[in-house]
Design a protein around this ligand. Sequence first.
Ligand SMILES: [Fe+2]
Length: 339
Amino acid sequence: MTVNASVVTTEPTLIEIDLSDRVRDVLGAELAATPDPSRDIDRSMARYHQVFAQLPVETLQQILDFGRHPDTPGVGYVRNLPVDERLPDTPRDGGPSPDKDTFVAEGVLLGLSGLIGEPVGFMTEKNGRLVHDVVPVEGGAMTQTNQGSSVFLNFHNDIVHDPSGRYEAAGPDFLVLSCLRADHEGVAGTYYADARDICRAVDAGTLDILRSPLFRMNAPGSYVRDVAGGAEVLSEPVPMISGPEAFPEVTAAANGIRPVDDRARSALDRLQAACREVAHEVFLRPGQALLINNRKGLHARSRFTARYDGRDRWLQRTYVRRNQWDIRYRAAVGSRRLH
Ligand SMILES: [Fe+2]
């Protein structure tokens, strides 16, 4: 029997980008000479554009395309990036290290962010800082937050509380995660599940339910803790998957999803299972970064053991918007990037 091969092509949802040693060293030397970006962020962003414009044009286009097109991959794994020559202890409180004397890591993070959009801060997340230090914090080990370590951080995207009742609306379009120090055992995995792959993995009935407004998202942990005194603050009932079939958007709160009925609960369970089936797995090492499209897919993190000894896992993260126009109603007075 001849098989008439009708090739089903599906676009890749992961892209891998490796810098050459020469490019890494050119960027590293220039970033080592740049000041702390928090002193003048807009000037620093302009300078990072100059530095990253020296990437080979193919690499530059891959990263720009990642940011600007609906049909491109949802996660980018970038390797052989420059690192700081001397790295101080991992901060223990979830805030920035006071002992950093060069800002190569910050330059890598913000430089990559600037190629796909604009880094923004949210008042309720890390005090509005643009560079988030993601480290295990004693007391937070069991939480479904960026301070956790000893529990699997479920598949979710990063959303922000918004008075509109839609928490995905004002949230970041992208996250960039950059690794300064891996966990002691090197077992902390980061996972990305693309909505296109999720939709292919679930049956039509489940997808129909996921596309219906049957799910209420709890506001992020920081908002619930700092603003709502620990009480749940639920969104309007929303679909978990929305948008055209070719370019679906997915939404899942890290801090709890309340399905409105049993059918919705089963569909949510199926979605989390599908995420585990289709996810890309990455073990971030120093000098590596992940570009994550926060609308095209969900991310997760495996368990690891924190020791709180100054050598724990240390990532830096930005929240990136393609533009700030649509969220100008929530801009903090006197700030250009804070919402
Ligand atoms: Fe997250």
